[in-house]
Design a binder for this molecule. Structure first.
Ligand SMILES: C[S@@+](CC[C@H](N)C(=O)[O-])C[C@H]1O[C@@H](n2cnc3c(N)ncnc32)[C@H](O)[C@@H]1O
Length: 209
């Protein structure tokens, strides 16, 4: 599939008013796992142009809220009042502080992806580094039994990531949406049921610094 060619999902997203076709990946995740519920607080890492945040805002209802973080500008209509946009590196000290100040969250979503080079080894290593940062951040911002969704490019490091996620979440499942482009090697890890002891040990680590 030529990435520049608008496919069925791109056209459907445009008609529905979402800025990116990736909204249908989150819709598939939601249909299968039902992570997003009314009144929840959600963090969306790698949110631009904004379709996951818009979809999440619709699921959590006007009583819920979404924090959308990206290095780039989001294209989210002003009518989505319960979305707060933070621009910058989600893992920088400044943004981490701003993210924490708006938490704790019930669900953390990450569709974050590195700027790709076309070299599968380089791209999957960069994607694994982003996934690792999400895994390290999650216990300090999620409220148990919170959920975490992480995108990762398959390249060998996902098994180790699954193993580490299983130490802090009760269930971790890999998921490949049908709406992922045919030539994409991305998968999503769906981690649910953050263990309370993971939060405690994370707090102890912070206190000892
Ligand atoms: C595939 S796009 C996300 C699409 C989005 N989920 C949507 O539906 O509109 C991946 C995004 O991850 C962002 N990203 C990558 N590294 C990041 C970081 N360290 N902090 C914040 N955003 C990051 C990129 O700027 C890019 O916009």
């Amino acid at each position: 599939m030529d990435r520049r060619k608008p496919d069925h999902y791109t056209q459907k997203a445009k008609k529905a008013g979402y800025p990116a076709r990736s909204v249908y990946k989150l819709e598939e995740i939601q249909t299968k796992y039902r992570l997003l519920r009314p009144k929840q607080r959600v963090l969306d890492i790698g949110a631009a142009p904004g379709s996951w945040s818009m979809y999440a805002a619709e699921q959590v209802s006007p009583q819920g809220s979404v924090v959308a973080v990206d290095l780039q500008d989001c294209r989210i209509p002003d009518s989505y009042r319960q979305i707060t946009i933070l621009k910058g590196d989600a893992f920088s000290p400044e943004l981490t502080e701003a993210i924490k100040a708006r938490g704790p969250y019930n669900v953390v979503l990450s569709d974050a992806a590195p700027a790709t080079t076309g070299n599968r080894t380089i791209d999957s290593t960069a994607s694994a580094a982003l996934a690792e940062q999400c895994l390290l951040l999650a216990p300090s911002i999620l409220r148990p039994p919170g959920a975490l969704v992480i995108k990762i490019f398959q390249g060998g490091e996902e098994q180790e990531l699954i193993r580490r996620l299983r130490q802090i979440f009760k269930s971790v499942k890999p998921f490949k949406p049908k709406s992922s482009r045919k030539n994409s090697f991305e998968i999503f890890l769906i981690a649910t049921g953050l263990k309370s002891e993971a939060v405690r040990s994370d707090r102890e680590k912070e206190e000892s610094l």
